[in-house]
Ligand binder design. Structure first.
Ligand code: BG6
Length: 496
């Protein structure tokens, strides 16, 4: 393949994300033949491992490592993995050690000085590590390239995101900073762009003239489990809405990019985020519902209340559920209500986008029964699971008269290919290896997305909007249904 030889350095390599997602994703690329011929992976973290111990932990004894049917490739793969222990992530001595190690590996594997530095560390290290790399010139190697991958959270609010961007951009070029959002690695999220921009028949309908409302739901059955410590500082708005769901929204709502490249697509997203009508002050209580789960029973079993989860204070007011209504102030979407909803401990794990089209101007079959009135023209885009799309529309019930019934036309994404659909992390890592940031979040749009959620978070912090409770295993508080008041025939679609 045509990828440049390089070394992938994973900071925080003994941590959870590296084991669950990153190393398995690199293996997927390896067995698919996507990695460059000259490649090495260097894990770096504070734990004391030899190369062998590291390989054992992240490959041979890693419960998240799926090698079924490819066991014969494990040994050869593991030989590409190395480990460097660090005392501190930013110490001068450490970074010197790292540089020597990279030079050594570079010579052994013929990778030269092309590097991807993947920060799978606590966010407080996001500025110190890049600075330390810059101190020894690893951010801009003279005869190679250097890219930086950063995991969310990108800041805690607009101001901190801005500061983080400034710090990162002072040592790496914006196009070499890859802010990973794993939702953008999902095939179905990418497919939203193809659905919209490769098909002539959606294009004329995709606007305020024909669309009644748009809703995006990301429901999860799991609670916070053992992530309470992290989650309580974050909450559903920061954990899901500010990043993943606004990215999905951007794919649903953006204007047609002039080309399918990073510059055009990311530029259109930025414009979309700039068009979000701010929700401020009293509007927060009217347009946004925040809620927290109490004890209950979900598909996963009995769940204790969020406040009883490990690492969560007894009086926590962190939201595990958000539902909101908002508008996009541009020509395409003027007046169309958008709804986003996400929560933990809901009845199903499902992410979907529902486009509801306006009814025809006259319900001429209404006399036959009330079906005609209920006839929903909806396009349901299932992001996960059962990736695919369904179209709902009215058909005549066979027999006398003109009774109308809603029917489904269903397409399953898996029917498109017999190959495994690539995992998010594999796809995104591969793009970074190619030097293509299209599916990564750009700094300015991250700030813009924060600018939209900040006033809401602010109002919550000032207790200007109530926190409601919902029982684990239900679809959330009834208050969320009220957001639809005034939207003709509109309501959340709760898939079963
Ligand atoms: C992560 C959040 O970014 O996304 C988690 O931190 C959440 O809280 C997860 O569970 C959801 O991702 P997915 O791919 O399972 O929908």
């Amino acid at each position: 393949n045509t990828l440049d030889p390089h070394i992938l350095i994973i900071y925080g390599a003994s941590g959870d994300l590296a084991q669950r997602k990153l190393i398995p994703a690199v293996f997927d690329l390896y067995r698919g033949g996507y990695l460059p011929e000259k490649f090495a992976l260097l894990g770096a973290s504070r734990t004391d491992f030899t190369d062998e111990e590291f390989r054992k932990k992240v490959v041979f004894e890693n419960e998240f490592f799926e090698a079924e049917g490819h066991e014969d490739k494990l040994d050869a793969f593991s030989q590409l993995l190395f480990y460097q222990d660090l005392k501190a992530y930013d110490g001068a001595e450490d970074v010197k050690k790292l540089k020597d190690r990279l030079e050594d590996l570079g010579q052994r594997f013929g990778t030269g000085s092309n590097y991807i530095f993947y920060l799978s560390t606590p966010p407080k290290l996001y500025n110190t590590i890049p600075k330390a790399l810059a101190d020894v010139g690893l951010n801009k190697p003279a005869d190679g390239w250097s890219r930086l991958v950063v995991e969310k959270p990108f800041g805690y609010d607009e101001a901190s995101a801005r500061q983080l961007n400034e710090e990162l951009q002072s040592v790496f070029r914006e196009n070499d900073i890859y802010r990973i959002d794993h939702y953008l690695g999902k095939e179905t999220v990418q497919n939203l762009l193809v659905t919209r921009f490769a098909n002539g028949f959606f294009e004329p309908l995709w606007n305020r003239n024909y669309i009644q409302s748009v809703q995006i739901t990301a429901a999860e059955t799991v609670g916070v489990g053992s992530r309470g410590g992290y989650y309580d500082e974050s909450g559903a708005m920061r954990d899901m809405v500010q990043n993943h769901l606004l990215q999905v929204l951007a794919h649903v709502g953006m204007e047609p990019p002039i080309r399918a490249d990073a510059y055009s697509i990311r530029g259109e997203k930025m414009k979309l985020f700039q068009s979000l009508r701010p929700i401020k002050g009293e509007q927060v209580a009217e347009q946004v519902v925040r809620a927290q789960y109490t004890a209950g029973k979900t598909k996963e079993g009995e769940v204790p209340a969020y406040r009883d989860a490990e690492g969560v204070p007894d009086d926590s007011t962190t939201e595990t559920y958000v539902a909101m209504k908002f508008f996009i102030d541009n020509w395409r979407w003027a007046g169309v209500p958008f709804f986003i909803r996400t929560g933990k401990c809901l009845p199903l794990k499902v992410t979907e986008v529902v486009i509801t089209f306006k009814n025809p101007p006259q319900a001429i079959f209404a006399a036959y029964d009330d079906y005609a009135m209920k006839c929903d023209n909806q396009l349901i885009i299932r992001i996960q699971p059962d990736e695919g799309m369904a179209m709902e529309f009215g058909m005549k019930v066979p027999g006398e008269g003109f009774r109308v019934k809603n029917v489904d036309m269903d397409f399953f994404y898996r029917d498109l290919t017999t190959k495994d659909v690539p995992e998010s992390y594999s796809r995104l890592l591969l793009d970074c290896m190619k030097g293509d940031p299209t599916l990564y979040a750009r700094g300015d749009s991250v700030e813009q997305a924060w600018a939209f959620v900040d006033p809401i978070l602010q109002a919550w912090e000032n207790n200007e909007a109530p926190l409601t409770m919902y029982e684990a295993g239900t679809w959330g508080p009834v208050e969320a249904d009220k957001l639809w008041d005034g939207v003709e025939g509109g309501m959340w679609r709760n898939p079963s």
